[in-house]
Structure formats: C-alpha cells, structure tokens
Design a protein around this ligand. Structure first.
Ligand SMILES: [Zn+2]
Length: 371
C-alpha cells in the first residue's frame, strides 16, 4: 500500500473547494485522474439543470475479469463551511480540518480510496472487474445530482456507494422513504381587538392540527416531525391569516410513509375547514425506501472482502438517504459502505490514515473479486 500517495491524494482532494453545485474544480481534477487510469469519462448536464458549475461524472473501463461491470460511487460536493479546507495530518494518524471548515472526508475519503485502489491494481498488473464509476454532484442537497442522472445506459446491477460514517466494515442495506411536506393554513385577518370574531385564526387552526398529529417515533419504523412554523405578521393586534409549516415523514415502508402523509393532510384540511379557512398541502418524496436482500451478490462480495481484512462485515439499516436511494429506484442494488469518515457535517469531522488504508484495501478487493 502506498500510504503516502493515498494521504497526499486525500489532502489534495480536500484542498479543492467543492460546495454543492460548485463542483467544477473537483470534476476537472477527477476527470484527469480517471482518464490517466484508462477510463472513458463523460459529464452530464445536471449542472446546467440546477444552475451549478459541473454535472455528474460517469466513467467506464473494461476489465480483465469476466462478468457484468460493478459500480462504485461517491459524491463530489461537501457541506458548508466548505471553502478553504485543509487536511491536517496529526502525529497519531488522525486527519482533521484546521477547525474552521468541515474536513470533507465525506466524501473525499471514499473518493481517494477509489483512486488509490485503481492506481494500485494498475501498478500491480492485477485483474480487475469491468467498472462503472459515478461521481455525483449535489448529494448533500437532497441527492439532487443522482435524482436527475440518466441511468438508462448503466450496465451494472450491483453498486457500492462510499458514503457511510462510523466504524469500518459496516454496510447499509436498507434505507427509508422520506416525504418532505409544506403546509400553508389560510385563515382571515381581522382586528384582534375590535373584531376578532370576523377573523379566522390560521395559527390556532394549525396548532389544533399539530396537536392531533402523531409526532416523533410513530410505531416501529416511522418518524414524523414538524421542523418549522411561521405565521401571521409582526403585530399583536391582527388575527393571523396564514400559518406555514414544514415537516417530514420517514419510514422503511414507502406505503406507510405515504399513508401517514395522507393522514396529516386530512387532519390539516379538517382543522382549517372547521375554523372557516382552507389549506394547501405540498410534498415531495426525495427518498424512496429500499432493502437489499441477503442473497444479493453485493452482500457476499462485501462479506468475502471483509473476512480477508478481518473486518466485521456488518449489515445494517440506515435511516438516512444516500445516492444509493436513487440507484435502487433504477434497479441497481447495492451497499453503502463505511468509508473512513467520522463526525461528518461538523468542523470536528476527521478520518485516520489507517481507516483510509483499510477502505482502499476493501475497495481493491471488491474490484478484483472474480466470483
Ligand atoms: Zn456524504
């Protein structure tokens, strides 16, 4: 293992500013690396679609091993504070930011591991699977890059996403549906002192609806939240005519998530109408639930590789989304792999040299697995 080269690549990737929808420099750097490794690289128009600076990168390379191509993926964007990042290597092997930004191990640790694994396979002249790689934009903004990616030409039926935080040798095999909703309750304004009875109190109607909602953990596998409320104008003497609320429903069952959303909608409509008002309910479904069966080839391939590295090979559900949620929607099943990133989405995010090495070994074994 060329640890020095791996750490250097990680530090270089981290030093490239790549906030969501401004992934241009990262896309250019990765394109050069991938072409050097013998991949045909193309970029889609997702950047134009979102007003960003780069599209999703797709790369393909024919392998020397038989079998369908397998797909590896990471995302090019990092969360804020994302500009001016520095990867500081400490004596104990930890790599942190300088404390003023995130580190960007999410998702540059996985990206560096993919590149180093490919470089080593090439140097050592090892046999390798046919590979498809996708580096998505805008993952941190509700998976927007993968949401518009055209999967129709993808050959792989098996994928590995390097985008799970925490200890190594774990893989997520199940993820929830997520319904994001926005509700506006319309009432009627009136003077709160002279003629309150002429008004329809939008905040009170919304409050009655929220009080009737099941919030928090709802049953075994669902959560419901109202995350934001605003209403009325900044005055004490006006009956508020609007109240706006944002929230979400998550469940491992897509049907149950949708049914819960319908229930919430019905409660708000009822309470708004009872008060003499009305309401608008809008929602999107950024995540669609999936579960990878134990019998899927990605599971056995992952377990074989983990066994060789002395890693636990744990399969677990996650209650968050990743680009795998969009891949699964297009018939590509696979795992989200723990990929040397800790305390992500914070300025105390870190990775370690040994974790970077282990993930690289894992990726390498998966790419060279002939079964
Ligand atoms: Zn990530």
């Amino acid at each position: 293992m060329n640890t020095e080269r791996l750490v250097k690549m990680f530090q270089e990737l981290v030093s490239i500013d790549s906030p969501s929808f401004d992934e241009r420099k990262m896309a250019d750097r990765l394109t050069i690396c991938l072409k050097e490794l013998g991949f045909a690289v193309s970029e889609d128009r997702a950047g134009e679609y979102y007003g960003g600076t780069a599209g999703n990168l797709y790369a393909y390379r024919e392998g020397t091993l038989p079998g369908e191509p397998i797909l590896f993926s990471a995302h090019m964007d990092t969360v804020e504070p994302a500009r001016g990042k520095k990867a500081v290597l400490h004596e104990d092997g930890r790599i942190t930011s300088d404390g003023t930004t995130v580190l960007g191990a999410d998702c540059m640790a996985g990206t560096a591991a993919i590149l180093e694994a490919l470089t080593e396979i090439k140097e050592e002249g090892k046999d390798c699977r046919s590979l498809e790689l996708i580096f998505f934009i805008g993952e941190e903004r509700h998976l927007r890059g993968s949401a518009v990616f055209d999967f129709s030409d993808i050959k792989a039926k098996e994928s590995y996403i390097l985008d799970l935080s925490g200890s190594l040798g774990r893989a997520a095999v199940q993820a929830p549906s997520l319904v994001d909703f926005q509700i506006t309750v319309h009432g009627k304004a009136a003077h709160a002192g002279f003629a309150p009875e002429k008004g329809v109190h939008a905040i009170a109607a919304a409050a009655r609806a929220v009080a009737r909602m099941e919030l928090g953990r709802v049953g075994e596998d669902m959560t419901v939240n109202i995350g934001h409320v605003e209403g009325g104008v900044k005055a004490t003497n006006i009956v508020p005519d609007t109240c706006f609320l944002m929230g979400e429903v998550r469940s491992y069952s897509h049907e149950r998530a949708e049914a819960q959303m319908k229930k919430i909608e019905a409660i708000f409509r009822e309470e708004a109408e009872k008060a003499g008002g009305s309401c608008e309910v809008r929602y999107t479904v950024p995540l669609h639930a999936y579960q990878v069966p134990e019998s899927h080839p990605s599971v056995s391939r992952f377990r074989r590789a983990c066994a060789r590295l002395g890693l636990p090979g744990t399969l677990e559900p996650t209650f968050g989304g990743s680009d795998q949620s969009n891949l699964a929607l297009h018939g590509i099943s696979g795992l989200v792999l723990a990929s040397a990133m800790e305390q992500v989405h914070s300025c105390s995010e870190y990775t370690t040299v040994s974790e970077l090495e282990t993930v690289t070994e894992l990726v390498k074994l998966l790419m060279m697995d002939a079964e």
